[in-house]
Design a protein around this ligand. Structure first.
Ligand SMILES: C[S@@+](CC[C@H](N)C(=O)[O-])C[C@H]1O[C@@H](n2cnc3c(N)ncnc32)[C@H](O)[C@@H]1O
Length: 291
């Protein structure tokens, strides 16, 4: 459901949105209906990148099954700890966390549940924004305690200075627009695939695998952010079912890149791959908006 304290802004003119029950309105009378699943669509046609932008319904279905295997739970837990360590309420206002490119909300809700379980003061507001309607519909069904919004990272529909922490988990950072939105001292937590992420799976489907760290801070720096810290979450676990392995393939860009011959080999080797060890390697970086 939409948290009444969520600092939502009209995607057309940036004015504050107010709750009118079945819809949210700005002072210029633009209004946005609350979907029956409890999310808001704040993506005007002018901000759509295609007719059906973002990840597909099939990718979210695969991602949901892969997440339910538990393989990514330690990563979600580590991100939750990281977030909690830097989240503090400002005065009597709740802190606001916005997960940009949240997909179907697995990490968003994990972070919310952890932070909320620790909160001794005012509960933070957790928001998830994704350009894919399919992701947000799934998220709203699964995790009703987060404020879910269909929107574009480049035009986040929130009031300037209102978001204490933007998280971008396996997402696409849009530093310049975020710098315009955030004030000095506000932060961004970025989590990307580290060099060893899904290494064993990549070795199965590519002739050669590049192991390099692609972390690049230049775009963040030129937008006015300073890097505070970088760390890695790395672990290897057996993948207990072939279905999970195939779902992991389908939820990542690797799934589209498998050549036909490799696909056939993969299919013929499937039985052998039960309990295959798989490395999860997440690179986490904290940035702060400087004056
Ligand atoms: C790799 S997925 C990660 C999803 C989620 N954070 C997770 O880790 O499960 C990237 C997400 O970014 C979304 N996305 C792509 N372009 C976007 C944009 N301009 N604004 C908001 N979301 C976007 C996609 O729809 C997709 O859900």
């Amino acid at each position: 459901m939409i948290n009444p304290q969520a600092p939502l802004a009209c995607p057309l003119d940036g004015l504050a949105l107010e709750d009118h029950g079945a819809n949210w309105q700005c002072a210029a009378n633009h209004h946005y209906d609350l979907a029956r699943q409890g999310y808001l669509n704040l993506l005007p046609v002018s901000q759509k990148t295609s007719r059906d932008p973002g990840d597909t319904k099939a990718m979210f279905t695969a991602r949901r099954s892969a997440f339910s295997s538990g393989l990514f739970a330690p990563a979600a837990q580590a991100l939750s700890y990281q977030l909690a360590s830097r989240l503090s309420p400002s005065g009597d206002k709740p802190a606001v966390v916005l997960d940009a490119g949240c997909g179907e909300g697995y990490y968003t809700d994990h972070m919310r549940a952890h932070v909320t379980s620790l909160s001794t003061t005012i509960e933070p507001v957790f928001m998830g924004v994704d350009i894919s309607k399919w992701g947000i519909v799934a998220a709203a069904r699964l995790y009703p305690q987060v404020t879910w919004v269909v929107g574009n990272n480049k035009h986040l529909p929130v009031l300037p200075g209102s978001v204490d922490i933007i998280t971008s988990i396996f997402g696409f950072e849009t530093w310049q627009p975020w710098a315009t939105l955030q004030s000095a001292g506000q932060r961004v937590l970025v989590a990307h695939a580290g060099p060893l992420h899904l290494l064993e799976l990549r070795e199965l489907i590519y002739d050669s695998v590049n192991i390099h760290d692609s972390a690049d801070d230049s775009a963040a720096h030129s937008a006015g952010y300073e890097k505070l810290k970088q760390s890695a979450v790395t672990y290897t676990e057996p993948v207990q079912s072939i279905d999970t392995l195939l779902q992991i393939l389908a939820m990542t860009p690797h799934g589209h890149r498998v050549r036909a011959d490799k696909q056939a080999k993969l299919q013929s080797d499937l039985a052998r791959l039960v309990n295959m060890p798989l490395t999860i390697d997440v690179c986490c970086r904290w940035y702060e908006r400087i004056a």
